[in-house]
Design a protein around this ligand. Sequence first.
Ligand SMILES: [Zn+2]
Length: 116
Amino acid sequence: MKCSKCQTENKNDSKFCLSCGESLAVITPIDDGIRKSPSSNKRYSQGKDPTLAAILSLILPGLALGQFYNGDTLKGVVTLVGALILSFTIIGFLCVWAWSIVDAYQVAKGNKSLWK
Ligand SMILES: [Zn+2]
């Protein structure tokens, strides 16, 4: 192992340079600290009935009542706006409708986290 400071050849297992005393330990990149546990700031709905959430989304298509019921207000608003925009096409509207039913059910069941 070569010393980075004085270029003296040292034994591979030596921690410090024999000539100048420079540390020979391999410098590992310092963790930036940004990495977080993926589940650390997720919120889940509690005590909600998945069937009721799905039915609420089912009976009034596009109103995202299931999302609001789950306390997922942000997602409810996004779903509402999405349904409004996509309601120009039946297919688009049906997609939002179907998605909101499945999503309301999954969130209420605790399989998916809330958006906020
Ligand atoms: Zn050295």
